[in-house]
Ligand binder design. Structure first.
Ligand SMILES: Nc1ncnc2c1ncn2[C@@H]1O[C@H](COP(=O)(O)OP(=O)(O)OP(=O)(O)O)[C@@H](O)[C@H]1O
Ligand SMILES: [Mg+2]
Length: 506
């Protein structure tokens, strides 16, 4: 296509000269006829349309250019283009390939053949106002891509193909970017790259669903739910729901709630916003934080029962400092009753503010978002906070059972079976031990020892835990017995004194 263009150009110049003469010599109606004839002749000799995509438009970087650049980079690898460039930016996981200047590549879409060409012009010194601000050794460059195609494919290209290129480019860029974890709770001297209310750092947690120890059926259910969610754009818009999903992870400490969040983030390739509610001043602060989050992200509130007082008052920062008073208040609270009074309270973070954050009208300001709460005490949470629709899936992270142990044994010791497994299975049915504690025993600290040493260590720990549990339950029974004796003694004394009182008054 490229070689014939010069030849066609000289023919066109001749025809333009003829057209100029016609315009001067003939009246309007005749000129109109010539005009339509001219277009036919033009289309006969050169039936192509060309679109230019500049790197910058009106001084601002052109988003389409970068998406086209990424799209063509992946195409060029398959299409055997000869002159390529490789770049790696700070925020991407791997390098990106792109076409070198002057290189051409062809593409096909729904029967249309398209020719892409990369261009670079070095701008003269006085051509731009920005020139003076730049170092003299770095000349200003104008980069662009052109796409040339037969005009009969104009509709396909402008209507569908360019959209396809942009979406593909965007998706490749998204997959290739480094995941981030954002926090709203950082000291002033914390090292950070971002601006605004969130501070970010690269997220590089190795947890995946393969390394997560839990019941395989439950795991599969969660994975299926996540897949359905991530592919659910059309479904959510069809049913008129904001494209978001809430997960409540609950269970004792060390059962893998935080690990599950990391596994979900890695599975979906989403960024994480770790929201520390104790650092949020009031409801409007919460709204501002929400507005600064991006789509395709997970908003996490860990230990939700310790973060905000359900009566609307703020709790103390340290999570373990819940007093008995707090607990009483919690159990009495009801979100529906509160919301009316809380809304009147200004300058505070309230439960109704949090409910609005999750599924109020503002929560739809970004798409494809997952919200995750974690708690050790599901029963302490207000039902309004975790009702379906807000927290769509309630996932219990439980003590380590045999199936979960097998995952840990494979991850930590690289074994799928062992003669000690049946004994461990029996013990795990009797003893409550968190995956965290099981994993600690499986750590190969002395590599020469092999799996046997770790499994023996685990059996020993399980036996000790069993003994302790038996002892504790015996002590508890003994205490209960003594208490009931005391109560009996007290009640007989009470009956006796009541009897003697009755006699006295007779
Ligand atoms: N289900 C699990 N699968 C794999 N590893 C686990 C699992 N549960 C715990 N672990 C291991 O134990 C460590 C602690 O787990 P994690 O922080 O996820 O527990 P948690 O439930 O969030 O605890 P807490 O309630 O105290 O926040 C993790 O670093 C991980 O290595
Ligand atoms: Mg945790």
């Amino acid at each position: 296509m490229g070689a014939s263009l010069t030849e066609v150009g000289s023919r066109l110049a001749g025809l333009m000269f003829i057209w100029g003469t016609i315009q001067q010599l003939f009246p309007y109606t005749i000129r109109k006829r010539f005009e339509s004839l001219w277009h036919r002749v033009e289309n006969y000799f050169y039936p192509y349309v060309q679109i230019t995509i500049d790197e910058f438009t009106n001084g601002k970087s052109n988003e389409i250019y970068s998406q086209v650049n990424t799209y063509l980079g992946t195409k060029s690898v398959n299409k055997y283009a000869k002159f390529l460039k490789v770049e790696k930016s700070k925020n991407s996981k791997s390098f990106a390939v792109s076409l070198d200047e002057g290189e051409e590549i062809t593409d096909e879409f729904q029967g249309a053949k398209l020719c892409w060409r990369s261009h670079k012009e070095t701008m003269p010194d006085d051509s731009t106002g920005h020139r003076s601000r730049r170092s003299n050794s770095v000349p200003m460059e104008k980069k662009s891509y052109t796409i040339t195609f037969n005009q009969r494919h104009r509709e396909i290209v402008t209507g569908k193909y360019l959209k396809h290129v942009m979406e593909e480019g965007k998706s490749i860029q998204f997959q290739n970017r480094k995941q981030k974890i954002y926090s709203n709770n950082c000291s002033e001297d914390w090292y950070w790259y971002g601006k605004g209310m969130w501070r970010d750092i690269n997220f590089e947690h190795p947890a995946t669903f393969d390394t997560l120890a839990m019941d395989p059926k439950k795991k599969e259910e969660i994975i299926n739910d996540l897949v359905a969610f991530s592919k659910g754009k059309d479904y959510y818009s069809k049913v008129g729901k904001a494209w978001k999903r809430g997960y409540l992870l609950y269970g004792p400490p060390g059962t893998g709630k935080s690990t599950m969040i990391a596994a979900i983030a890695n599975f979906l390739n989403y960024d994480i916003y770790d929201l520390e509610l104790t650092s949020v001043k009031d409801n409007s602060g919460l709204k501002k934080l929400l507005m600064e989050t991006t789509s395709k992200s997970i908003i996490v509130i860990e230990d939700i029962d310790c973060s905000i007082d359900l009566t609307g008052k703020r709790k103390k920062k340290k999570k373990k400092e819940t007093t008995s008073e707090d607990q009483e208040e919690d159990s009495d609270s009801s979100a529906e009753k509160e919301s009316s009074t809380e809304n009147k309270e200004s300058g505070k973070l309230t439960l109704s503010g949090l409910l609005n954050f999750i599924d109020g009208i503002w929560s739809a300001c970004g798409q494809e978002r997952v919200i995750i709460f974690t708690t050790n005490h599901k029963d302490k949470l207000d039902p309004a906070l975790i009702r379906r629709g807000r927290m769509d899936m309630h996932i219990e992270m439980s003590y380590c059972k045999y199936e979960a142990f097998k995952v840990l044994a494979k991850n930590y010791l690289d074994i799928e079976t062992h003669t000690l497994f049946p004994q461990i299975q029996g013990l795990l049915e009797e003893v409550n031990m968190s995956p965290c504690d099981v994993a600690e025993n499986l750590m190969l600290k002395n590599t020469s020892g092999g799996p046997q040493i770790c499994l023996d260590k685990l059996i020993q720990a399980l036996k000790e835990a069993k003994e302790k549990a038996n002892k504790d339950s015996k002590e508890a029974k003994e205490k209960a017995k003594q208490n009931s004796k005391k109560i009996k003694l007290f009640s007989t004394k009470l009956v006796r004194s009541f009897g003697s009182l009755q006699k006295l008054f007779k």
